[in-house]
Design a protein around this ligand. Structure first.
Ligand code: BES
Ligand code: MG
Ligand code: ZN
Length: 499
């Protein structure tokens, strides 16, 4: 897709479709659109009245121009109430624009944001439009013999002239972020017979080669030597051996070091505490945290932010039932010496993360962020669209929550408390991998992870079990992996770099 920022008059370029956002408060066409309307003998205003188009979010009004204008179609696209409009509205409506463009076979489009006057910067709106178009165009058709041929070839975004240079920069960032998110979606959607732990390690190595990043892969024996008893226990039941992945991005003159840890269960059957059939579906997406970490490195490799060093850490495994599998009642020792009693083999993510967090802490980072499809309880608590955020440092938590508001990746903090800390005390060891009851299951999982991060190291845990994939599709997310939270975390890292 070729993306350009443009700041001339409307309808001076030959495009297939010209998209003009309209807020519900705008009763009349603005001056520029009125001129186009005149050239079309009032077709826009007539259709607008006839179809009672009132700028409802995502509604479109398609007006063919029959060669009276340079654009083949003028499309008014509803942006809803101006008071409520934020950046994410622009991601959503630009994804809608892609759908409309597809139905019109319009592969050269112009999206006008010049007359959008909301509380956001114009360059940020331009970036949101690019993100919405790229994310909304995503399809996973690698395994379909008949592929979807339609693609947007040219995307022009019209801004005010004074913002053109800034918008050009923002558009480039938006393109890289959205494409990296699509890369994550591809990985999440790839089936578990194709991506096993070894394959995930290969993908990390390829990424390293492509962008000149250092990648270290540890096999089972090496992990054993490092004392990763919790992680290795989870992997024991699988015929596919585990791989521990460490990928490093070093920007120029690094002042701050961040470690990103991703849960990488290439498939979670539950192990001996096997999941019932319906619950096992989609467990290929139990590697979503790991795939997000790789997507973030794909973005870093291209954006090359200075002043930061980022470590990506993934303890990849497959959780399967077998004669060699770990059992409920097993007691495991993690890398930091903490003894863990297994209450349920389906609470495996926290065991793999335990050793990954120990390893991450040993890199002496200024901040650790882990992302994991950790608990069904988090989905019960917050719904499918919002991630749960926990941690040991309120400032770091606030930072993550702050950026999530900009990116439209919904997150909400869940409270750690001492009562629930009691619930993960084990009968015969230091800590139990399940809570006393189901209640607060997302929090007891977070509290378990806390045992593997030194108090002095700021750490944020993001439970993405809900939003990592969608079975129905929402906004600019088609069915399948969403690529959550690639944009939030990359944006946070970029912001650290400019400071
Ligand atoms: N991978 C699951 C969590 C999950 C559930 C992700 C639904 C996405 C959608 C995790 O390994 C798991 O099985 N957790 C258990 C923990 C329980 C046994 C304490 C759960 O949530 O039921
Ligand atoms: Mg599980
Ligand atoms: Zn799992």
């Amino acid at each position: 897709m070729d993306i350009k920022v443009f700041s001339g008059k409307l309808d001076t370029q030959r495009v297939d479709a010209l998209f003009i956002p309209v807020f519900s408060e705008e009763k009349k066409l603005n001056e520029e659109v009125s001129k186009l309307d005149e050239n079309l003998d009032g077709a826009i205003s007539k259709l607008k009245k006839e179809q009672k188009f009132k700028g409802e979010v995502g509604r479109t009004l398609v007006v063919p121009t029959f060669d009276k204008l340079k654009s083949k179609y003028i499309v008014l696209i509803g942006a809803g109430s101006k008071k409520k409009a934020d950046l994410d509205i622009f991601r959503r409506i630009s994804a809608t624009a892609v759908k409309t463009a597809k139905s019109l076979k319009a592969d050269k489009i112009l999206f006008d944001i010049k007359n959008v006057d909301i509380r956001e910067n114009e360059e940020d709106i331009a970036q949101a439009v690019v993100e919405g178009v790229i994310l909304g165009s995503y399809t996973f058709d690698k395994y379909k013999s008949k592929k979807d041929e339609f693609k947007i070839k040219n995307l022009n975004i019209r801004t005010n002239r004074k913002n053109k240079a800034k918008a050009e920069k923002a558009v480039e960032i938006g393109k890289i972020l959205a494409e990296s998110q699509n890369f994550t979606r591809d990985l999440v959607n790839t089936p578990p017979n194709v991506i096993n732990p070894e394959k995930l390690a290969e993908i990390a190595l390829e990424l390293g080669k492509e962008y000149g990043l250092e990648v270290k892969i540890y096999d089972e024996e090496e992990c054993e030597k490092m004392g990763m008893g919790a992680y290795l226990a989870v992997a024991k039941g699988s015929a596919n051996p585990p791989r521990f992945i460490h990928i490093i991005y070093k920007g120029k003159k690094p002042k701050e070091k961040v470690a990103l840890v991703g849960k990488g269960l290439t498939f979670d059957s539950g192990g001996l505490n096997i999941k019932p059939g319906d619950y096992m579906r989609w467990m290929k997406s139990d590697k979503s945290g790991a795939c997000a970490v790789l997507g973030i490195f794909k973005a870093l490799g291209q954006l090359k932010p200075e002043g930061i060093e980022v470590h990506g850490i993934i303890a990849a495994a497959e959780n399967m039932p077998d004669g060699k599998a770990y059992r409920p009642d097993d007691i495991l020792t993690a890398k930091n010496g903490v003894n863990i009693e297994v209450g349920n083999t389906d609470a495996e993510g926290r065991l793999t993360l335990a050793d990954a967090l120990c390893y991450a802490s040993e890199q002496n980072p200024d901040l650790i962020i882990d992302m994991a499809t950790l608990t069904g309880a988090c989905v019960v608590a917050l719904g499918e669209y919002t991630a749960g955020v926990m941690g040991n440092d309120q400032r770091a938590i606030n930072e993550v929550l702050n950026f999530s508001q900009k990116t439209g990746e919904w997150m909400w903090q869940l409270p750690f408390n001492d009562m629930l800390r009691e619930h993960i005390k084990a009968p015969n060891a230091d800590v139990h991998n399940i809570g006393k009851t189901r209640y607060g299951g997302a929090i007891t999982a977070g509290l378990f992870l806390e045992k593997f991060v030194p108090e002095k190291t700021p750490w944020v845990h993001i439970d993405i079990a809900g939003p990592a994939h969608t079975t129905s599709g929402w906004y600019y997310h088609p069915k399948g992996g969403t690529g959550f939270p690639v944009r939030t975390i990359t944006t946070l890292l970029l912001n650290k770099s400019s400071k």
